[in-house]
Design a protein around this ligand. Sequence first.
Ligand code: SF4
Length: 392
Amino acid sequence: MSQKSPLAAYIHIPFCRRRCYYCDFAITVTGDRALSNSSTMVVDYVNYLQQEIKLTSSPNTSLQTIFFGGGTPSLLPVAKLGEILTTIDQRLGIAKNAEISMEIDPGTFNQQQLQEYLRLGVNRFSLGVQTFDEKLLKVCGRSHDRQDIFTAIDLIKKLNVANWSLDLITGLPQQTLEQVERSLEIAIATEPKHLSCYDLVLEPVTAFGKQYHPGEQPLPSENDTAAMYKLTQQMLTNRGYQHYEISNYAQPGYQCRHNKVYWHNESYYGFGMSAASYVAGKRYTRPRTRKEYYSWVENGALIEVEEMTKSDRLLETLMLGLRLAEGVSLSKISQEFEQQTVDRILSGLQSYLEQNLVEIFTANHDQRLRLTDPKGFLLSNTIIASLFEIFE
Ligand code: SF4
């Protein structure tokens, strides 16, 4: 499983126009000016990124998925994206039918750019919308307005992009259930093939983290956010979207292949500042600032980490796999970690099984375990924490 050479690569592009108030990602704020091919910031970053990729030993298999995330990858000049893809192809190989995803933000790309991305081989776009409510966009500190979102979607449609996704957030300060419903209605009407709907997580270092406290107004209450989650699940599944992961929905055939690599606890490369990789059973997170990342690359991009223990691997398999509607295979767990481990999992989850928060089912002669939708998914943190108590 984790020992195979990775078939997936995540590339971190750290540039953002400004920092959204809820975001703690490793980014560099660029302001509203467009980044040019000759911008020192861009040239340097792409150079170091390419160096890091070139320092990776060549595998004997090609990549099946590549994901440009950030940050705002659509701020990167097209030619630079092309250079990165060429380096990846030369060093790691890109399979013919590879899924190449890119996060794009409204207001940061035009038709020509989108056309160029497609020409370079990008075949899946993830549009960061968060909400269609003008006031809430401001509350979040987003760099775009509602009209920018519609312009971005019009461009995607005009170019007949077959595979695109839209991101929404629930649980925002001042957000009501009606606003969530309205955003979902508009989102559904735009017919994305995939939607990611995240519940706001208050990170302490962010503007939101400093200003708001969980469970206190103007944040919606726990009951309200649960209602938002259920409403999202209901509206999207009624419209034919498969709820394939706690926060992700897709039309049949459009689940994100790249993200499933993470949830299946399979190996992946990570390149760029703050990017995490999981190669040969070792996890490694790169330095979070450009300066530290550059000196790490200059020193040979060395990955020095402890090998994961068997129990770490088991807990990660459960924690990640239980996010998926397909759950985890008990037969595989029994093969890799012995039947006794499966017995311990099931006895530890007994009360959740009785409350119908967790269920055992059979698919293709495989006995599997999953959280129920939406009841179990809503309590995923508690249920997964109880598994950690059993095995730690
Ligand atoms: S655009 Fe995305 S990565 Fe950039 S600050 Fe906003 S949420 Fe964070």
